[in-house]
Write a protein that binds this ligand. Structure first.
Ligand SMILES: [Zn+2]
Length: 191
């Protein structure tokens, strides 16, 4: 069997499941470059596992995806089906957030004492899906630091220039950070 065939869907399934054997994982690591279809096969494996039919454009985390929903919007969606928001807004603002500020709170999740962040200078923020309660992200930042927008991909450019398969709803409007509109809304509601 050729390498190309071996790296198609079955092996990618094993990669996603974490069941790939050592021989195959070593072989993949030694390959010069990824085969051309790797991204699409990977997406196809994820799509088969999804509980919903929305097309996956990109995976942002273990359980978080950018998809095209039924209304043809590009949105961030949880594995459970919870839809967060337009992908141009920081989806973490729509999460349930637990913040660990004290030494006692931080020690609950840090084992070795030297590794524990320093209270007052740092805080741990844990982000949970409001529907399924899965922990979707964690960040450690200075108190008061804006919630980190981890990834705003230029999907049109990625699909057109890197994958050679342009999306059919390309627009110059897609690639922009709209997170400020969320905080603006919060400010207007509070005033
Ligand atoms: Zn969820």
């Amino acid at each position: 069997m050729s390498i190309e065939a071996n790296v198609s869907k079955e092996l990618i399934k094993q990669l996603v499941d974490g069941t790939i054997d050592k021989e195959n994982s070593t072989r993949l690591l030694k390959m010069d470059r990824k085969d051309k279809d790797r991204f699409f096969n990977y997406i196809a494996v994820l799509q088969e596992r999804a509980r919903w039919d929305d097309r996956i454009l990109m995976r942002l985390g273990d359980k978080v995806y950018i998809v095209i929903n039924a209304e043809r919007h590009r949105v961030v969606k949880c594995e459970c089906g919870h839809e967060f928001c337009d992908y141009r807004k920081n989806w973490k603002l729509q999460c349930k957030i637990r913040t660990r500020r004290t030494l006692e709170e931080m020690q609950q999740v840090y084992d070795l004492a030297p590794a524990v962040p320093e209270p007052g200078w740092q805080e741990i923020r844990e982000f949970f899906c409001p529907s399924c309660a899965s922990q979707l992200a964690v960040e450690i930042v200075a108190p008061g630091y804006p919630i980190v927008f981890e990834m705003l991909p230029d999907l049109d450019k990625f699909y057109r220039e890197y994958l050679g398969d342009p999306l059919d709803d390309e627009s110059s409007e897609w690639y922009q950070d709209l997170t400020h509109s969320v905080t603006q809304q919060w400010a207007s509601e509070a005033s």
